[in-house]
Design a protein around this ligand. Structure first.
Ligand code: GDP
Ligand code: MG
Length: 699
């Protein structure tokens, strides 16, 4: 058993790194995060010829080693730190045959770190169409490297790439650019101060201010006694470096690459003109979105219903099979429904990512981003925030996961923070029952008041999301690069393998990331609702039976009354009554309080909980509704659910962060508890204040 070779895949965004990664590793891959930050880390194992194994790391896309974003920092920190366990024995720079010039900039920088570097020229299948031909021998000679001409689409060149990786020891580490050319005097000084260090590496440490090993910029400046350069000077020298590199690359490509321009790009240009058109563009995008969301609802409803009833039966079955007791109840009423609450999201997540990855793979998403960028930018969002914001109407969980392709951390964070304001499908049952109770049935211009109220709630949600994005953009002091979309990738047929792997990976990351937290909270809520202190809880059965002994109620009703009595005196019931003084000004009583607390597991639980508390036997809407309509406000008299308290509840549910699964996914995506907690506190306080004002004004 020889040692594993460490391979780092590096390249500009969209050059096909992940496709090469998938081709090399197949299903032998693992996705995680870099410690402490939210950049995704993909690694896998590849078997090379002659029994050698390679550990492959798919690094985030980067344009150069002059870092300006979190993603790019990951690349630099790895390449500068020999002690990192992932430090590459060999760097594989993946480039796109259509953008060789820009891609080679990064290549020359990495080569100059004296790490053995090979060049993959990907998308070779596009060469004919684009009229590009390459003199590979010449390029290899000038760039001092080995080149693999690859098409992951046609599965060509992968074996050659594996050979080259296996033979990494033969690759020259001669740099492309002599660093001293950037500023002779300055670099001579550096050389004297650090005779044993690689000049270009020192230069990167100075300009990037990243730590590698133990040397930091400050130490370099302290040791060297020459005059420190100002920030502006450093910037100027960096620009000079880039110019020098491009001069070199131009010279190499002048001989190594020929492009015959007679080929037709017409179709693509025509298509682009339509899909980014000021009117048609939005219209086409709108239709595509509508289709997608309709499909997500339609296609998910069957598997979701199935999962729902499967878990319900499993629960029942467990109850029947196991001896009566707390453990059985924990299993049947806590753990199994908790697991069900995780699994039920899988169809929506899988379908949403199926669509998103097809749109992305085909190249259409770049056009949408370009189209929406103009508008979204004003609110501190990115063109790419559109998909999460709209997906939020189905469910905030896949929506928040869909923010991953927003490169700028600030824009991504803002999108994550505001997405839960969009009205998700779980709010719908709550809205529907309250609207049915408090909004009259009349019509205006043929439109029902009830339908209008519902629509208004959706609009308010979306409006607040955009407005808070605007505020957050002003408040948050996060430096992160705003991406400027310079060019659009070509339209392509999506690669099935890429799409399938995305879907599998996102689903897995939800189940194992957020799933754990959802399960934990479900168990806690179960515990709070199933146990209570004192006589009233423990003797609920006797109390109810004595109370109703002469009324001759059917058995079902008695059972319901017992359940309701227990819930009232359980821990959650006590919490409900404890918070009553706080929610009374909003027009709610302690029963609604319980429903609010328990619906923290998932908003739709609200209706079910009220049904239990109001001891309604069947869950037919009519019965719950009538029962709720009959409730009397204990303080003010009159119906508990009137216009004022109804509107107040609607607004509360529109704004409150009433969903632990969303908090769990936000924790996972931001890698910290800070953001979900802030979200919980701020959204819920806001909801409280708005609901309070609504009730006080309307009552
Ligand atoms: P990354 O951003 O560098 O990880 O790039 P991806 O692997 O996500 O690929 C970007 C796009 O290029 C996707 O739409 C791929 O389907 C496409 N792509 C990848 N490899 C090839 C190839 O060999 N030929 C063609 N025509 N397209 C490719
Ligand atoms: Mg990628």
């Amino acid at each position: 058993m020889g040692k594993q070779i460490n391979v780092a895949l590096i390249g500009n965004p969209n050059t096909g790194k992940t496709s090469v990664f998938n081709a090399l590793t197949g299903l032998n891959q693992k996705v995680g995060n870099y410690p402490g930050i939210t950049v995704e880390k993909k690694e896998g194992i590849c078997k090379l010829p002659r029994g050698v194994k390679a550990h492959i790391l798919d690094l985030p896309g980067t344009y150069s080693l002059n870092a300006s974003s979190l993603d790019e920092n990951v690349v630099i920190e790895l390449l500068l730190n020999k002690n990192d366990k992932d430090f590459p024995d060999i760097a594989v720079v993946v480039s796109d045959v259509e953008n060789l010039k820009r891609n080679l900039l990064l290549f020359t920088q990495i080569k100059d770190l004296e790490i053995p570097t090979i060049l993959v020229i990907n998308m070779a299948d596009r060469m004919d169409y684009k009229g590009i031909s390459l003199d590979i021998d010449y390029l290899e000679e000038r760039l001092n490297t080995k080149i693999a001409l690859v098409s992951t689409r046609k599965k060509e060149g992968i074996e050659k790439l594996k050979e080259l990786i296996g033979a990494y020891k033969d690759i020259s580490v001669k740099p492309c650019l002599n660093a001293s050319e950037i500023d002779k005097a300055y670099f001579d000084n550096l050389r004297q101060a650090f005779p044993n260090q690689l000049l270009y590496k020192l230069w990167l440490v100075i300009t990037q201010d990243v730590n590698f090993g133990k040397t930091s910029r400050k130490e370099i400046e302290d040791v060297s006694n020459f005059k420190t350069k100002s920030k502006a000077d450093l910037k100027r020298l960096q620009q000079k470096e880039t110019i020098k590199r491009y001069q070199f690359i131009n010279n190499v490509l002048k001989v190594g690459q020929t492009i015959d321009l007679n080929n037709a790009k017409d179709l693509r240009i025509k298509l682009d003109r339509i899909v980014t058109h000021k009117i048609w563009g939005y219209l086409i995008f709108g239709i595509i979105l509508l289709t997608i969301f309709q499909a997500i609802y339609d296609w998910s409803s069957v598997p979701m219903d199935f999962i729902d009833s499967a878990f319900a039966s499993l629960s029942e079955w467990t109850k029947r099979q196991l001896p009566v007791g707390s453990f059985t109840n924990l299993l049947a009423e806590g753990i199994i429904p908790g697991l069900g609450g995780i699994v039920i999201f899988i169809p929506q997540i899988a379908f949403l990512f199926l669509f998103i990855s097809v749109l992305e793979e085909s190249g259409y998403m770049s056009r949408v981003v370009f189209l929406m960028d103009r508008i979204m930018r004003r609110f501190g969002l990115s063109g790419k925030s559109v998909v999460p914001l709209i997906s939020g109407t189905a469910c905030a969980i896949p929506a928040i996961m869909a923010t991953r392709n927003i490169e700028s951390w600030k824009e991504r964070l803002i999108t994550i923070l505001v997405t839960p304001f969009t009205t998700c499908s779980a709010r719908l049952p709550v809205y529907l029952i309250i609207i049915a109770l408090v909004i009259p049935e009349g019509r205006i211009f043929g439109l029902g008041y009830q339908a209008l109220t519902l629509m208004l709630l959706y609009l308010i949600g979306f409006g607040i999301a955009v407005f808070s994005a605007y505020l957050l953009n002003k408040i948050l002091k996060i430096k992160s690069r705003t991406f400027f979309v310079v060019e659009m990738p070509n339209y392509k047929l999506p690669l099935f393998k890429n799409v399938a792997l995305t879907v599998v990976e996102k689903t897995k990351s939800f189940v194992f990331g957020a799933g754990k937290i959802i399960l934990a909270i479900s168990i806690i809520l179960w515990f709070l609702a199933s146990f209570g202190p004192g006589e009233n809880f423990n003797n609920a059965e006797r109390i109810i039976k004595t109370e109703f002994v002469d009324q001759n109620l059917p058995q079902d009703d008695i059972q319901q009354k017992i359940a309701s009595h227990k819930l009232e005196h359980s821990f959650i019931g006590i919490i409900g009554r404890t918070i009553e003084p706080a929610i009374r000004p909003l027009g709610y009583d302690w029963k609604i309080g319980i429903a609010i607390v328990s619906s923290f597991a998932a908003r739709e639980v609200f209706v079910g909980t009220l049904a239990t508390i109001y001891s309604v036997g069947s869950d037919e809407e009519e019965t719950i509704k009538n029962r709720m309509a009959g409730e009397v406000n204990p303080i003010l008299g009159g119906p508990l659910f009137n216009f004022a308290s109804g509107i107040s509840l609607l607004l509360f549910y529109a704004f409150a962060m009433q969903c632990m699964s969303t908090l769990a996914i936000v924790k996972r995506e931001t890698n910290s508890w800070k953001w979900p907690i802030l979200q919980l506190v701020i959204m819920s306080s806001f909801a409280y204040i708005v609901a309070l004002m609504a009730f006080q004004i309307l009552k």
